[in-house]
Design a protein around this ligand. Structure first.
Ligand code: GLC
Length: 495
């Protein structure tokens, strides 16, 4: 029996650069929104702070100025910056989340920039969250930071804010969603960040080399580190996957835990997904075929095609393994009857590759070069296979969405992909997808061909689909692991 959770006054200050649906470039936004939503549902007092960008999607939301957090000055060396907080309701909750309004810093063309004050934009985020707690006289048990953007927060608590008794019992958790992005700036950036004398707590080697690394600083100073899958927690302690931080991560291996992200089945379930034309379920699969025909039609592919549809929904970044495609896809498309449906934006070289692939064979390939959440749902519903050959993948969400939509994932056995997809075994009929280990074109080709060879066998294919659809990656289970971690930290410190 699950043990009863002690939820007495657990207070969590969650800080992130992205929160879906307000501002998102990837999974980070989905996961911080989900964390806030599910912690709140468990009764945790969670307050979520994030920047109010000019590109923040405020469309359907009512934004209310927070009276207690107006024109708050924050000094950075010679500069005084000011923020105010606006509150908005997080969808599907009665939780108000806090947008930090500081137009000087956040009114830029995108969420992230290459501007000279990029370090300041996110150092400011950490400080605005801390300063808000001070003004609210609210003492969090946990500051939960996410990725490099919030990497300085633990050190700020130990330095600039060390005097404040409000935070004596506060502990810090840093979740690493992507170790590949570290926030590395010239060491001169340290000037004016107000890290006080404790600037000596920054990594010496880095400073000597003339760098300041936000993520590394977080890894050195957070009380507890997490990443978004158990396999990735091991991987990042190796030179192959640590992106230069494996030594620091190994040094903290006792404090590093992998918790697989959950899925918001309220948004991602074909049984009642308002964004797909035909509902279906594990018991009643017929709607899937209709979604496929509708998708083909929508994308101007031959609407009566019986050939398998392979879907890709992704940031078009090296991390996602697209480097393998030029050696595999053109040949496969020439040799086999199949459709490739791609949605995403990113690096020019990959956009160019998919454009070229589409123009070469527009009856087989469709490339939609935008980010479009509704189309992402229709692709999940209308595809037969989902391709995710990632070079590294801390967790990955689309493979878990695919499983629920009966869209068989073909993935590299890495990070969260290895923790969520089980290799199909033709003999037993067990398994949920196709995995390959080596990051090579040959290994990817073998996995794809194995999947395409099975596809014409409807009985086996449907069993495979159903195996995946029966899997449950809901947040309900995962969120409890975070609560245990927050608590565990408290117990450790009390010893
Ligand atoms: C990053 C990772 C992805 C993970 C997401 C949310 O985008 O690349 O694997 O699912 O963060 O944690």
């Amino acid at each position: 029996m699950a043990k009863a959770l002690d939820l007495s006054p657990l207070k969590v200050c969650l800080v992130s650069a992205e929160v879906t649906p307000f501002a998102k470039t990837g999974g980070l936004g989905d996961v911080t929104a989900a964390l806030a939503r599910h912690l709140h549902r468990l009764g945790v007092d969670v307050r979520l702070f994030f920047p109010f960008y000019s590109i923040t999607d405020t469309g359907p939301f009512e934004l209310l100025a927070d009276d207690s957090l107006r024109h708050v000055p924050v000094r950075f060396g010679e500069r005084e910056l000011v923020f105010s907080v606006f509150d908005a309701r997080l969808p599907r909750t009665d939780l108000d989340v806090h947008l930090i309004h500081a137009p000087d810093l956040y009114h830029r063309p995108g969420i992230y920039t290459n501007d000279v004050d990029e370090h300041l934009r996110f150092a400011f985020l950490s400080r605005a969250a801390i300063e808000s707690c001070q003004r609210l006289d609210w003492s969090p048990d946990i500051f939960h930071c996410n990725d490099w953007h919030t990497g300085l927060l633990p050190l700020y608590l130990k330095s600039h804010y060390a005097w404040d008794d409000l935070f004596t019992d506060s502990r810090t958790v840093l979740t690493i969603h992507n170790v590949g992005y570290q926030g590395v700036f010239p060491a001169s950036a340290v000037e004016g960040l107000e890290l006080g004398d404790q600037a000596s707590l920054l990594d010496e080697e880095d400073l000597e080399a003339g760098r300041l690394n936000f993520l590394k600083t977080g890894i050195l100073h957070a009380d507890l580190l997490t990443t978004v899958s158990p396999t990735h927690a091991k991987e990042i302690q190796t030179a192959e996957y640590g992106c230069g931080l494996d030594r620091q991560l190994r040094a903290r291996s006792d404090d590093l835990v992998g918790v697989l992200n959950g899925v918001e089945y309220e948004e991602w379930d074909p049984v009642d997904d308002p964004l797909i034309p035909f509902a279906y379920s594990r018991r009643e699969l017929a709607g899937k075929e209709k979604n496929k025909q509708a998708l083909l039609d929508e994308l101007s592919l031959p609407a009566d095609s019986q050939a398998p549809v392979v879907g890709v929904v992704s940031r078009l970044a090296e991390q996602k393994g697209f480097g393998l495609f030029p050696e595999v896809l053109p040949e496969l498309l020439a040799a086999r009857d199949l459709h490739l449906v791609v949605l995403g934006t990113g690096e020019e070289r990959y956009e160019e590759f998919f454009r070229e692939l589409e123009s070469r064979d527009p009856m087989k390939v469709s490339f939609t070069n935008t980010f479009d959440n509704a189309l992402a749902h229709r692709i999940e519903a209308g595809s037969d296979l989902f391709l995710m050959p990632s070079l590294y993948e801390p967790c990955g969400l689309n493979q878990m969405y695919s499983l629920r939509y009966g869209t068989v994932p073909v993935v590299r056995k890495v990070g969260g992909l290895a923790d969520s997809v089980i290799q199909y075994d033709a003999e037993t009929g067990n398994g949920t997808g196709f995995l390959f280990e080596e990051f090579s074109a040959a290994a990817l080709r073998r996995a794809l061909e194995a999947a395409l060879d099975l596809y014409p066998n409807p009985e086996r294919w449907q069993q495979l689909m159903r195996n995946g659809m029966a899997k449950d990656f809901s947040w309900d289970r995962q969120i409890r692991k975070y609560v245990d971690l927050y608590r565990r930290r408290g117990a450790d410190e009390a010893k």
